[in-house]
Design a protein around this ligand. Structure first.
Ligand SMILES: Nc1ncnc2c1ncn2[C@@H]1O[C@H](COP(=O)(O)OP(=O)(O)OP(=O)(O)O)[C@@H](O)[C@H]1O
Length: 282
Protein backbone atom coordinates (compact mmCIF):
# COMPACT_ATOMS: atom_id res chain seq x y z
CA UNK A 1 0.00 0.00 0.00
CA UNK A 2 1.18 3.53 -0.76
CA UNK A 3 2.48 5.51 2.25
CA UNK A 4 0.10 8.23 3.46
CA UNK A 5 2.75 10.88 2.81
CA UNK A 6 5.44 10.39 0.20
CA UNK A 7 8.10 12.94 -0.68
CA UNK A 8 10.52 12.23 -3.49
CA UNK A 9 13.44 14.49 -4.39
CA UNK A 10 12.02 17.70 -2.89
CA UNK A 11 14.29 20.73 -3.14
CA UNK A 12 13.46 24.35 -2.40
CA UNK A 13 15.45 27.46 -3.19
CA UNK A 14 14.14 30.81 -2.03
CA UNK A 15 14.81 33.78 -4.30
CA UNK A 16 18.03 33.63 -6.25
CA UNK A 17 20.01 31.68 -3.70
CA UNK A 18 22.91 29.61 -4.93
CA UNK A 19 22.58 25.82 -4.79
CA UNK A 20 24.35 25.80 -1.41
CA UNK A 21 21.62 28.01 0.04
CA UNK A 22 18.75 25.64 -0.69
CA UNK A 23 16.24 25.55 2.18
CA UNK A 24 15.47 21.91 1.30
CA UNK A 25 17.91 19.62 -0.46
CA UNK A 26 16.64 16.57 -2.27
CA UNK A 27 14.37 15.31 0.53
CA UNK A 28 13.02 11.76 0.31
CA UNK A 29 10.59 10.77 3.04
CA UNK A 30 7.71 8.35 3.52
CA UNK A 31 5.21 8.42 6.38
CA UNK A 32 2.74 5.60 6.90
CA UNK A 33 -0.89 5.99 7.86
CA UNK A 34 -1.35 6.36 11.63
CA UNK A 35 2.20 7.46 12.42
CA UNK A 36 2.99 10.38 14.72
CA UNK A 37 6.24 11.89 13.55
CA UNK A 38 8.28 14.69 15.10
CA UNK A 39 10.20 16.95 12.74
CA UNK A 40 13.11 18.35 14.69
CA UNK A 41 16.23 20.33 13.90
CA UNK A 42 17.83 23.67 14.61
CA UNK A 43 16.23 26.97 13.70
CA UNK A 44 16.37 27.52 9.95
CA UNK A 45 16.89 23.83 9.15
CA UNK A 46 13.76 23.73 6.96
CA UNK A 47 11.07 22.15 9.18
CA UNK A 48 8.33 24.70 8.48
CA UNK A 49 9.26 24.88 4.82
CA UNK A 50 8.91 21.13 4.49
CA UNK A 51 5.53 21.13 6.24
CA UNK A 52 4.23 23.92 4.00
CA UNK A 53 5.19 21.92 0.93
CA UNK A 54 3.28 18.91 2.21
CA UNK A 55 0.13 21.00 2.47
CA UNK A 56 0.66 22.54 -0.97
CA UNK A 57 1.17 25.99 0.55
CA UNK A 58 4.56 26.31 -1.18
CA UNK A 59 5.96 24.79 -4.33
CA UNK A 60 9.37 23.16 -4.65
CA UNK A 61 12.01 23.91 -7.29
CA UNK A 62 11.18 23.04 -10.87
CA UNK A 63 13.54 20.05 -10.77
CA UNK A 64 11.87 18.72 -7.61
CA UNK A 65 10.20 15.35 -7.67
CA UNK A 66 6.74 14.71 -6.35
CA UNK A 67 4.82 15.01 -3.07
CA UNK A 68 1.91 12.64 -2.64
CA UNK A 69 -0.51 12.77 0.30
CA UNK A 70 -3.41 10.38 0.85
CA UNK A 71 -2.70 8.67 -2.44
CA UNK A 72 -2.93 11.85 -4.50
CA UNK A 73 -0.29 14.10 -5.97
CA UNK A 74 -0.05 17.50 -4.23
CA UNK A 75 2.77 18.88 -6.36
CA UNK A 76 5.11 17.64 -9.03
CA UNK A 77 8.21 19.30 -10.56
CA UNK A 78 7.53 22.49 -8.62
CA UNK A 79 3.91 22.87 -9.74
CA UNK A 80 0.77 22.39 -7.70
CA UNK A 81 -1.48 19.68 -9.03
CA UNK A 82 -4.91 20.66 -10.26
CA UNK A 83 -6.54 18.69 -7.44
CA UNK A 84 -4.42 20.29 -4.71
CA UNK A 85 -7.40 22.15 -3.21
CA UNK A 86 -9.31 18.92 -2.77
CA UNK A 87 -6.37 17.30 -0.98
CA UNK A 88 -5.88 20.38 1.18
CA UNK A 89 -9.44 19.93 2.44
CA UNK A 90 -8.32 16.56 3.83
CA UNK A 91 -5.23 18.00 5.54
CA UNK A 92 -5.49 19.88 8.83
CA UNK A 93 -2.84 22.53 9.41
CA UNK A 94 -2.10 23.84 12.88
CA UNK A 95 -0.08 27.03 13.12
CA UNK A 96 2.17 28.29 15.90
CA UNK A 97 0.05 31.45 16.12
CA UNK A 98 -3.28 29.54 15.95
CA UNK A 99 -4.75 31.52 12.99
CA UNK A 100 -8.12 32.11 14.66
CA UNK A 101 -10.20 35.19 13.89
CA UNK A 102 -10.07 37.00 17.22
CA UNK A 103 -13.29 38.98 16.85
CA UNK A 104 -15.30 35.90 15.95
CA UNK A 105 -16.80 33.50 18.47
CA UNK A 106 -14.94 30.31 19.26
CA UNK A 107 -17.87 28.34 17.80
CA UNK A 108 -17.73 30.25 14.49
CA UNK A 109 -13.98 29.72 14.26
CA UNK A 110 -14.46 25.99 14.73
CA UNK A 111 -17.30 25.88 12.21
CA UNK A 112 -14.95 27.26 9.55
CA UNK A 113 -13.46 23.76 9.59
CA UNK A 114 -16.56 22.62 7.67
CA UNK A 115 -16.04 25.12 4.82
CA UNK A 116 -14.50 22.50 2.54
CA UNK A 117 -17.78 20.55 2.69
CA UNK A 118 -20.61 23.10 2.91
CA UNK A 119 -21.86 25.00 -0.17
CA UNK A 120 -19.94 28.26 -0.65
CA UNK A 121 -22.99 30.53 -0.22
CA UNK A 122 -23.87 28.93 3.12
CA UNK A 123 -20.31 29.24 4.35
CA UNK A 124 -20.14 32.91 3.31
CA UNK A 125 -23.35 33.73 5.16
CA UNK A 126 -22.36 31.67 8.20
CA UNK A 127 -25.49 29.54 7.84
CA UNK A 128 -24.38 26.34 9.51
CA UNK A 129 -26.98 23.68 10.19
CA UNK A 130 -27.74 21.90 13.48
CA UNK A 131 -25.65 18.87 12.54
CA UNK A 132 -22.59 21.01 11.76
CA UNK A 133 -23.04 22.95 15.01
CA UNK A 134 -23.38 19.72 17.00
CA UNK A 135 -20.17 18.42 15.42
CA UNK A 136 -18.32 21.65 16.24
CA UNK A 137 -19.51 21.49 19.86
CA UNK A 138 -18.47 17.84 20.10
CA UNK A 139 -15.00 18.72 18.80
CA UNK A 140 -14.74 21.60 21.28
CA UNK A 141 -15.74 19.20 24.03
CA UNK A 142 -13.00 16.80 22.92
CA UNK A 143 -10.35 19.48 23.54
CA UNK A 144 -12.03 20.71 26.74
CA UNK A 145 -13.16 24.04 25.26
CA UNK A 146 -16.94 23.61 24.84
CA UNK A 147 -17.67 25.99 27.74
CA UNK A 148 -16.01 28.76 25.71
CA UNK A 149 -18.05 28.26 22.53
CA UNK A 150 -19.79 31.65 22.74
CA UNK A 151 -16.76 33.69 23.77
CA UNK A 152 -14.70 35.69 21.34
CA UNK A 153 -11.50 33.88 20.34
CA UNK A 154 -9.48 36.96 21.35
CA UNK A 155 -10.52 36.38 25.01
CA UNK A 156 -8.63 33.10 25.18
CA UNK A 157 -5.11 32.32 26.34
CA UNK A 158 -2.60 30.95 23.82
CA UNK A 159 -3.06 27.38 25.01
CA UNK A 160 -6.84 27.69 24.79
CA UNK A 161 -6.61 29.18 21.30
CA UNK A 162 -4.43 26.30 20.16
CA UNK A 163 -6.97 23.80 21.49
CA UNK A 164 -9.69 25.63 19.54
CA UNK A 165 -7.49 25.45 16.43
CA UNK A 166 -7.23 21.69 16.95
CA UNK A 167 -11.02 21.48 17.33
CA UNK A 168 -11.26 23.25 13.97
CA UNK A 169 -9.17 20.55 12.28
CA UNK A 170 -11.37 17.90 13.96
CA UNK A 171 -14.46 19.63 12.57
CA UNK A 172 -12.71 19.65 9.20
CA UNK A 173 -12.45 15.84 9.57
CA UNK A 174 -8.82 16.15 8.52
CA UNK A 175 -7.22 12.80 7.76
CA UNK A 176 -3.67 14.08 8.12
CA UNK A 177 -2.68 16.71 10.68
CA UNK A 178 0.36 18.90 10.10
CA UNK A 179 1.25 20.96 13.17
CA UNK A 180 3.91 23.64 12.73
CA UNK A 181 5.47 24.37 16.12
CA UNK A 182 2.08 24.14 17.84
CA UNK A 183 3.58 24.56 21.31
CA UNK A 184 6.39 27.01 20.60
CA UNK A 185 4.60 29.98 22.16
CA UNK A 186 2.88 28.14 25.02
CA UNK A 187 3.73 27.73 28.68
CA UNK A 188 4.84 24.20 29.68
CA UNK A 189 1.45 23.15 31.07
CA UNK A 190 -0.48 24.31 27.99
CA UNK A 191 2.17 22.78 25.74
CA UNK A 192 1.79 19.41 27.41
CA UNK A 193 -2.01 19.57 27.10
CA UNK A 194 -1.78 20.35 23.38
CA UNK A 195 0.69 17.49 22.82
CA UNK A 196 -1.58 15.12 24.76
CA UNK A 197 -4.55 16.10 22.57
CA UNK A 198 -2.55 15.58 19.36
CA UNK A 199 -1.33 12.23 20.68
CA UNK A 200 -4.91 11.23 21.55
CA UNK A 201 -6.12 12.12 18.05
CA UNK A 202 -3.30 10.00 16.65
CA UNK A 203 -3.79 6.96 18.88
CA UNK A 204 -7.59 6.97 19.25
CA UNK A 205 -8.66 8.22 15.80
CA UNK A 206 -5.65 6.79 13.96
CA UNK A 207 -4.92 10.12 12.30
CA UNK A 208 -1.45 10.65 10.89
CA UNK A 209 0.25 13.54 12.70
CA UNK A 210 3.44 15.34 11.67
CA UNK A 211 4.56 17.93 14.20
CA UNK A 212 7.55 20.26 14.13
CA UNK A 213 9.07 20.68 17.56
CA UNK A 214 11.97 22.45 19.20
CA UNK A 215 11.57 20.43 22.38
CA UNK A 216 13.34 17.10 21.93
CA UNK A 217 11.93 15.78 25.20
CA UNK A 218 8.37 16.19 23.87
CA UNK A 219 9.40 14.57 20.59
CA UNK A 220 10.66 11.56 22.49
CA UNK A 221 7.66 11.36 24.79
CA UNK A 222 4.89 11.75 22.22
CA UNK A 223 6.31 10.66 18.86
CA UNK A 224 7.67 7.19 18.23
CA UNK A 225 9.50 8.39 15.13
CA UNK A 226 11.62 11.49 14.67
CA UNK A 227 12.99 13.02 11.51
CA UNK A 228 15.78 15.53 12.02
CA UNK A 229 16.67 18.18 9.48
CA UNK A 230 19.91 20.09 9.37
CA UNK A 231 20.58 22.75 6.73
CA UNK A 232 17.74 21.40 4.60
CA UNK A 233 18.81 17.75 4.68
CA UNK A 234 17.45 14.76 6.57
CA UNK A 235 20.23 13.79 8.96
CA UNK A 236 18.26 11.34 11.13
CA UNK A 237 15.12 9.29 10.57
CA UNK A 238 14.29 6.68 13.14
CA UNK A 239 12.85 5.88 16.56
CA UNK A 240 12.93 9.02 18.70
CA UNK A 241 14.38 6.98 21.58
CA UNK A 242 17.54 6.66 19.47
CA UNK A 243 18.17 10.39 19.73
CA UNK A 244 21.23 10.07 21.92
CA UNK A 245 23.00 13.05 23.48
CA UNK A 246 25.87 12.81 21.00
CA UNK A 247 23.47 12.59 18.05
CA UNK A 248 21.53 15.60 19.32
CA UNK A 249 24.77 17.50 19.78
CA UNK A 250 25.70 16.84 16.16
CA UNK A 251 22.23 17.83 14.91
CA UNK A 252 21.97 21.02 16.94
CA UNK A 253 25.61 21.98 16.98
CA UNK A 254 25.67 22.14 20.76
CA UNK A 255 28.31 20.30 22.68
CA UNK A 256 26.48 18.66 25.56
CA UNK A 257 23.11 16.98 25.89
CA UNK A 258 22.17 14.80 28.83
CA UNK A 259 20.30 11.49 28.62
CA UNK A 260 16.95 13.31 28.53
CA UNK A 261 18.05 15.11 25.40
CA UNK A 262 18.49 18.41 27.19
CA UNK A 263 21.51 20.69 27.02
CA UNK A 264 23.47 20.02 30.19
CA UNK A 265 24.10 23.68 30.94
CA UNK A 266 20.34 24.19 31.37
CA UNK A 267 20.26 21.71 34.24
CA UNK A 268 21.44 24.30 36.70
CA UNK A 269 18.83 26.92 35.89
CA UNK A 270 15.81 27.42 38.12
CA UNK A 271 13.38 26.70 35.27
CA UNK A 272 11.87 23.21 35.10
CA UNK A 273 13.96 21.00 32.83
CA UNK A 274 11.09 19.75 30.65
CA UNK A 275 9.74 21.49 27.59
CA UNK A 276 12.09 24.35 26.84
CA UNK A 277 13.30 25.23 23.40
CA UNK A 278 16.77 24.27 22.29
CA UNK A 279 19.21 26.90 21.19
CA UNK A 280 22.66 26.53 19.64
CA UNK A 281 25.59 27.05 22.01
CA UNK A 282 27.07 30.50 21.69
N1 LIG B 1 9.58 33.03 2.53
C1 LIG B 1 10.89 32.88 2.62
N2 LIG B 1 11.73 33.62 1.88
C2 LIG B 1 13.07 33.46 1.94
N3 LIG B 1 13.67 32.54 2.74
C3 LIG B 1 12.89 31.78 3.49
C4 LIG B 1 11.46 31.88 3.48
N4 LIG B 1 10.95 30.97 4.34
C5 LIG B 1 12.00 30.31 4.88
N5 LIG B 1 13.16 30.78 4.36
C6 LIG B 1 14.50 30.30 4.68
O1 LIG B 1 14.49 28.89 4.55
C7 LIG B 1 15.27 28.30 5.58
C8 LIG B 1 14.41 27.32 6.37
O2 LIG B 1 13.42 28.05 7.08
P1 LIG B 1 12.32 27.35 7.97
O3 LIG B 1 11.42 28.41 8.50
O4 LIG B 1 11.70 26.26 7.19
O5 LIG B 1 13.18 26.71 9.12
P2 LIG B 1 12.71 26.06 10.48
O6 LIG B 1 13.54 24.85 10.68
O7 LIG B 1 11.23 25.88 10.47
O8 LIG B 1 13.13 27.19 11.50
P3 LIG B 1 12.43 27.59 12.90
O9 LIG B 1 12.59 26.40 13.78
O10 LIG B 1 13.23 28.76 13.36
O11 LIG B 1 11.01 27.94 12.59
C9 LIG B 1 15.82 29.45 6.42
O12 LIG B 1 17.11 29.74 5.98
C10 LIG B 1 14.88 30.58 6.12
O13 LIG B 1 15.53 31.81 6.23
Amino acid sequence: MEPEIQIQGLSKTFGKSSRNDKALKNIDLSIESGEMVALIGPSGSGKSTLLRHLAGLSCGDSDSGEIRVLGQSVQCNGRLCSDARKIRARIGYIFQQFNLVGRMKVMTNVLTGTLGRVPGWRGCLGLFNAEERALALKCLNRVGMDAWANHRASCLSGGQQQRVAIARTLTQKAEVILADEPIASLDPESARRVMEILSDINSVDGRTVVVTLHQVDYAREFCRRAVALKAGEVVFDGPSEELTPSLLASIYGTTSFDVDGEPVKRRNTREPAKGFALAPAS
